[in-house]
Design a protein around this ligand. Sequence first.
Ligand SMILES: Cc1cc2nc3c(=O)[nH]c(=O)nc-3n(C[C@H](O)[C@H](O)[C@H](O)COP(=O)(O)O)c2cc1C
Length: 246
Amino acid sequence: MRRFEQERKTLKSGFTGDMESDQMKGMPQPPLEKPYGEKDEIIDLPKVTGNLVKKNDIFQCIMERKSHRKFKEERLSLEELSFLLYTTQGVKEVRGNGYASIRPVPSAGARHPFETYIGVTRVEGLDKGLYRYSGLEHKLIKIKKDQDIGEKMTIGAKGQKFVGEAPVTFIWTVIPYRGEWRYDQRSHKPMLLDAGHLCHGLYLSAEALNLGTCAIAAYEQKLMDEIVEVDGIDEFVVYMSPVGKL
Ligand SMILES: Cc1cc2nc3c(=O)[nH]c(=O)nc-3n(C[C@H](O)[C@H](O)[C@H](O)COP(=O)(O)O)c2cc1C
């Protein structure tokens, strides 16, 4: 029963005792978002308004939310994708001279330690492939065209076919130093709690558009890190969620 007593520590509050974080030492803050290069292909996203919402009743959205693992063949529109990205990780406000970003989901100390990648198989106006979302600019950064992105994501998700067959799959990475800079290793638990808020935000946003999603934590770490081209140390995949029409 107590086999994992040591490992359970991560689940507990680490906010006891003295710790001097890099912030306290006066070290520079890491960027709010992973920067992109001058040569990267940037894709503008449609402006997000509430007009796209089909279910306006928040009670209905909350009560009808469930995990969906079957999606129609139909494509997602760029407007729908834009809505889902903005309502989960769009930056509504930058505070304190670049100190914190305020987004539709909460985050401990407003650190927002995640990057949102999307594996796209069927979204109007987008090639099949891998993209990253800039919440600061509300734009997509094209990482690569990839005809096999669906198959790769299915393998990465331990053979869960609906992950690769969905029109789009959200793949969230964490950049741990964004939290550690402020809270040292005490940040690890809050960062995982934050991932939960983020994915639940996607569930509710999808519900409001009559779309479906399903949280995915069963995946091959190394494979998924390779798919999104991150090093697995300073940035790695923590959560996924395929989205499609019902
Ligand atoms: C952290 C987390 C990880 C999950 N991982 C998977 C997964 O890998 N595959 C899957 O089919 N469902 C996964 N689910 C979905 C759960 O099975 C689902 O939420 C649960 O059965 C309750 O059903 P409901 O969401 O329809 O209420 C996950 C859910 C959460 C919150």
